[in-house]
Design a protein around this ligand. Structure first.
Ligand SMILES: [Cu+2]
Length: 251
């Protein structure tokens, strides 16, 4: 079943678990689809005009449909209670400790993704709404000691492989959705809420960040790139960004 679904590369620690649930749901849907289709065809033939010109006013006799409905209900409850809820609980309750994770803020806006890295001191600098401007989309206060070394990017998210990533996700304007298909991550970005999202990349690669909520006229072009890099490449990228920060005119 998995290969028929045409899913994108599974490149995070929990991707296989998500795919397993998706396979189970598709099996249930397939059984229901075939069952309903057969029943529909049967009804068309059995109650055709030539055979039954007058409607049957009593409807279905016997209890088998109740048993079938009960079976579907049991299957759905099993899917929810034993697969979906535990998987979801791991995503929202078992957050990695910040010291063990790559921590980054992602702030969505119409129609771009802003990324904010804390820099070598591992502390995010102060941000303020009145500092937001065309050249400072995050409103980062560079005069704040903690903000001097912070790295910011637009539509570009670099992350190291093999270590949990903890994203603090928010939005400046409307509801967006942070979609990283290969990480099996999709989380709404909601103004006024800083929502933690975590995953562990297991493969290097470069893919699209897709906004997965219709967020305005430019929604179609709200696309970023995320790169999962080896730790060495990631450190080199951070060093490059830090060098640019201290001397923007360097070649
Ligand atoms: Cu959007």
């Amino acid at each position: 079943m998995l290969q028929w679904l045409g899913l994108p590369a599974a490149a995070s620690g929990h991707a296989a678990q998500m795919d397993h649930i998706m396979v189970l749901v598709h099996w249930l849907m397939l059984v229901l689809f075939v069952g309903w289709s057969l029943f529909f065809a049967y009804v068309l033939v059995r109650y055709r005009r030539g055979r039954q010109a007058v409607a049957n006013y009593h409807g279905l006799q016997g209890g088998w449909s109740t048993w079938v409905e009960g079976g579907v209900l049991v299957a759905e409850v099993v899917l929810l209670a034993f697969f979906s809820v535990p998987a979801w609980s791991a995503r929202v309750d078992d957050l990695p400790a910040e010291r063990d994770a790559t921590v980054v803020r992602v702030v969505a806006e119409q129609f771009a993704w802003n990324a904010h890295y804390p820099g070598p001191d591992k502390v995010f600098g102060r941000t303020a709404i009145d500092l937001v401007g065309p050249d400072n989309p995050l409103g980062l206060d560079r005069s704040d000691a903690k903000g001097k070394d912070d790295i910011t990017t637009i539509n570009q998210l670099n992350l190291p492989v093999g270590k949990p990533v903890l994203v603090f996700l928010s939005s400046k304007d409307v509801v967006h959705s942070f979609g990283l298909p290969q990480m099996r991550v999709k989380q709404d970005a909601i103004p006024g809420i800083e929502q933690p999202v975590w995953f562990t990349p297991t493969q290097t690669g470069e893919w699209d960040i897709a906004c997965s909520q219709l967020c305005g006229l430019g929604h179609y072009r709200m696309k970023g790139v995320y790169a999962i890099q080896t730790p060495a490449d990631y450190d080199a990228w951070l060093a490059e960004e830090a060098a640019y920060l201290s001397d923007p005119l360097a070649p």
